[in-house]
Ligand binder design. Structure first.
Ligand code: ZN
Length: 504
């Protein structure tokens, strides 16, 4: 009891400090979680306590010295709390892509973000900082740290490392660690570099040919009705003329960050060591003097952001929200931007990057597409039945059917246009007890792939269409994309491996 009395001010201070950090920073990562059963709340309650305990350990380090607490703490608390406001109010998840977007944002956009609530929140942050500083200095808490502070710091560091070792990204994907990690990643050099093409390339591409590349997300081939799935998930595409489904495409690379760099470049799935020279389809297009645009509904990861930057233009329709956000835009909002660029006839290669069927499925489609019911209720997967998981997933497929059909209807039959759709990988839906992707599971290795072309294209290129139809029966890999796109660009004077092309 003597000890508690002696440390009364210190204990009150640490309680207040943790309360401030929890309310203004860490809790922001939990506020929009859809939870259902009591056990979901228990699970995420423990999750939150682990996170808060580790953050407390890091925060305590800043209280060990009065200058650290006077200078470093206010700056860090202010910045983290400000980002947390973005998470609370707009569902923004701070990653290196968000840091990049923030750094590159123009002053007028920043001015737009300054609103009444932001001003009130900033004042509140300053007030909390002032209160904590006042209490800390009044009671001279920097003098003689008791043993329990050091014990807490050690325990927190240990728990942080154990949790991350047990399940990577448990803590790192949440505030304040995701912001810290995002800033760190932003300043890291990209792990790949693209080689310069030294050859002089003459574009052999027909003057009016347009290539539309649609990159899907977590869409598995066997959940498309047009591929034989029992449920009517593709009512529009089922009867779409000039559509070819490549039913058996394989990739062992089952998460976006490693599959897209392979799909977009001359790297093969069999060649995981990146050996220079490395070229992307955009390297070739730009060397051939063709204009290209990337229209994305995902915040680009560092591993493929460099390929995006090779495009003539880049439009990210929702650059501040990543797939963890519960307020992410639906893919349909890519289409008006697509239409604008498609109208400009000089954009010859247009890429759309979807959020597609990425988990949490319920955020991927509007309510009108909730055909398969009941759907998932909780972010905690064990609280949903396998049937609910599959229902929600199939609703995203139904929305994909609508999305791709709508895109195709924007293209005139008289245009000489080819649309290539390829998902980055599939998804585990309970096979071998696995769910989602980025885990090893066979179901995630078969992405959906579709080819659609206009009547004009078919008229001009009967031999290509014939070959694509015959290759549709083959076992393919995602290696097909790079040489196929290059065969359309026809870069004269540039040598590439044509083996996997589906128009040869
Ligand atoms: Zn993915």
């Amino acid at each position: 009891m003597v000890s508690i009395k002696k440390h009364k001010h210190r204990i009150v201070f640490y309680l207040l400090l943790n309360l401030a950090i929890a309310a203004m920073i860490t809790f922001s990562s939990y506020v929009r979680l859809p939870l259902y059963a009591p056990k979901d709340y228990v699970y995420y309650g423990i999750h939150f306590l682990i996170l808060q305990f580790t953050v407390a350990g890091f925060a305590y380090i800043l209280t060990l010295n009065k200058w650290l607490f006077r200078v470093v703490f206010p700056v860090l608390f202010f910045l983290y709390a400000l980002f947390a406001f973005g998470v609370y109010s707009m569902g923004i998840a701070p990653t290196d892509a968000i840091i990049k977007a923030t750094m590159e944002t123009k002053p007028d956009i920043v001015a737009d973000l300054i609103s009444g609530p932001v001003v009130v929140y900033v004042l509140l942050i300053l007030l909390v900082i002032a209160g904590l500083e006042w209490y800390y200095h009044k009671h001279r808490l920097y003098e003689k740290q008791p043993w329990f502070v050091f014990a807490w710091i050690l325990a927190a560091l240990l728990l942080f490392n154990l949790t991350e070792a047990y399940r990577p990204n448990t803590l790192i994907s949440r505030m304040p660690y995701n912001l810290t990690w995002g800033v760190y990643n932003y300043f890291q050099k990209p792990e790949v570099h693209i080689d310069n093409i030294t050859e002089h390339i003459i574009p052999g591409m027909e003057d009016d040919l347009r290539i539309i590349l649609v990159l899907g997300e977590s869409l598995r081939a066997d959940h498309l009705h047009l591929n034989g799935y029992s449920r009517p998930t593709t009512p529009h595409l089922d009867t779409m003329p000039n559509l070819i489904s490549l039913k058996t495409v394989y990739t062992p690379l089952t998460y976006t960050g490693i599959s897209l760099p392979q799909i977009l470049t001359n790297q093969s799935i069999n060649d995981r060591q990146i050996h220079p020279p490395l070229y992307s389809i955009y390297t070739v297009a730009s060397r051939a003097g063709l204009k290209s645009v990337w229209i994305g509904n995902q915040t680009p990861e560092k591993s493929y952001a460099i390929f995006i930057d090779e495009n003539t233009r880049k439009v990210l329709i929702d650059s501040m929200r990543d797939s963890y956000s519960f307020m992410k835009k639906k893919d349909e909002e890519l289409l008006p931007v697509f239409r604008d660029f498609y109208r400009k006839k000089d954009y010859r290669l247009i890429t759309l990057h979807m959020i597609g069927s990425h988990w949490w499925y319920e955020n991927r489609y509007p309510p009108a597409f909730r055909r398969f019911k009941p759907v998932i209720k909780s972010k905690f997967i064990p609280s949903n039945t396998p049937g609910e998981m599959i229902n929600s997933y199939d609703n995203t497929v139904l929305y994909f059917d609508y999305f791709l059909t709508k895109l195709i209807r924007d293209i005139s039959p008289g245009d000489n246009t080819l649309v290539v759709f390829l998902s980055d990988h599939g998804e585990n839906l309970g096979e071998d007890g696995l769910w989602l992707h980025a885990r090893h599971g066979k179901a995630a290795t078969h992405p959906a792939a579709l080819i659609w072309f206009t009547s004009k294209f078919a008229e001009k290129h009967p031999a290509w269409v014939e070959r694509m139809r015959s290759h549709a029966k083959d076992s393919l890999t995602t290696d097909f994309l790079y040489p196929t796109v290059l065969d359309l660009i026809r870069p004269q004077g540039f040598v590439y491996d044509t083996t996997a092309s589906i128009i040869r």
